[in-house]
Design a protein around this ligand. Structure first.
Ligand code: IPM
Ligand code: MN
Length: 369
């Protein structure tokens, strides 16, 4: 198998966490006899400084010629004064649009061994296993017209959705629910917004094709509360772009740290995998960032784009084993004194990698007998 992955380390902690994910992918390639070709390209603030654009053409071309894209993070205070078209975030949004990835999958699992990291009581979070399906190419992020009119002292954005945009992401949510606990909750603001009323009616129509999946609707304000009061009740959550951005960060409270959460943006010409955390410029280069979000994103890449589910399982089990064995990066340690004894980014990466290699070699051994 020949598999080309464009790696976009980006800004802040992006390079250090993606390095750990790439190491583990290399281990998997060696173990399975696959050829993974990694092509590294600039994106975000670093790309503006290097090439004058947050998404240089050669970066986009490489992504489009790849089987999958693995991204670290973009942004940072050094770039906040850049004009809109040069902002690092614009690079990421343009990339998502150019690839056509309309469905963003953000799983959040309440790992038992880090239950002390969540501010939620353990009986509240226990068993929570959620998949947020966020629409990624519509809504306020991309709606036109948009702009800032200093003379009139106003700025504006447009929230718009077509039936087709809603339908295609709803289908992804229902398909994913079939692989899980067959429950979908659609989150909107249908008591106020026309886009949400359309959203609700299209999702309800799509649900008719999935009689084995139960569908509920919720308003985003009350849902934001339910997500942290009764998280174990939910399975697949489907919602529009901005609500999904906000609710997926909120879902991180259930897991215990934003640093644990991966994502897959699918449905396009080439799919894009990235941890949901940002560039965390305050801790960049200090070797304390949690690489698990990036490593778990690599697992999603193997599962969805490379169709290597045994290898994806090996990574996901190894993450749980590493946490169970007590290895924790600083974000997973509450006590400020104990934080000083945290495992480094590299140590966590090496622990997961060692367990992945062990699991794959025992798989091969069991196939041999
Ligand atoms: C995310 C991020 C991005 C988003 C930013 C960096 C553009 O917050 O992936 O959740 O808003 O989608
Ligand atoms: Mn976000």
């Amino acid at each position: 198998m020949n598999f080309r992955i464009t790696v976009l380390p980006g800004d802040g902690i992006g390079p250090e966490v993606t390095r750990q994910a790439v190491n583990i992918l290399s281990t998997i390639a060696d173990a399975g006899g696959y050829t993974f070709t990694f092509v590294e390209r600039p994106i975000g603030g670093g790309a503006v400084l290097e090439c004058g654009s947050p998404l240089p053409q050669q970066t986009l071309d490489s992504c489009l010629e790849s089987d999958a894209v693995l991204l670290g993070a973009v942004g940072g205070p050094a770039f906040d004064s850049f004009e809109a078209h040069l902002r690092p975030e614009t690079g990421l949004l343009n990339l998502r649009r150019a690839l056509g990835c309309f469905a963003n999958l953000r799983p959040a699992i309440a790992y038992e061994s880090v239950s002390d990291c969540s501010p939620l009581r353990s009986e509240v979070r226990r068993g929570a296993d959620i998949l947020v399906v966020r629409e990624l190419l519509g809504g306020l992020y991309f709606g036109e017209p948009r702009g800032h009119d200093p003379e009139r002292k106003l700025a504006f954005n447009t929230m718009s959705y077509t039936e087709g945009e809603i339908e295609r992401v709803a289908i992804v949510a229902f398909e994913k629910a079939r692989e899980r606990r067959r429950k979908v909750i659609s989150v909107d603001k249908a008591n106020v917004l026309e886009t949400s009323r359309l959203w609700r009616s299209v999702v309800t129509r799509v649900a008719e094709d999935y009689p084995d999946v139960t569908l509920e609707h919720a308003l985003v304000d009350s849902f934001a509360m339910q997500l942290v009061t009764t998280p174990a009740r939910f399975d697949v959550i489907i919602t529009e772009n901005l609500f999904g951005d906000i609710l997926s960060d909120e879902a991180a409270v259930i897991t215990g740290s934003l640093g644990l959460l991966p994502s897959a943006s699918i449905g396009g010409a080439v799919d894009l995998y990235e941890p949901i955390h940002g560039s965390a410029p305050d801790i960049a280069g200090k070797h304390i960032a949690n690489p698990i979000g990036a490593i778990a994103s690599a697992a999603m890449l193997l599962r969805y784009s490379a169709k290597l589910s045994t290898e994806a399982d090996a990574i996901e089990f190894s993450i749980v084993d590493t946490l169970d064995a007590g290895y924790r990066s600083a974000d997973l340690i509450v006590d400020p004194v104990a934080k000083k004894l945290a495992s480094s980014t590299e140590e966590i990466g090496a622990q997961v990698k060692m367990r992945v290699a062990d699991r794959l070699s025992s798989n091969h051994a069991s196939h041999a007998v």
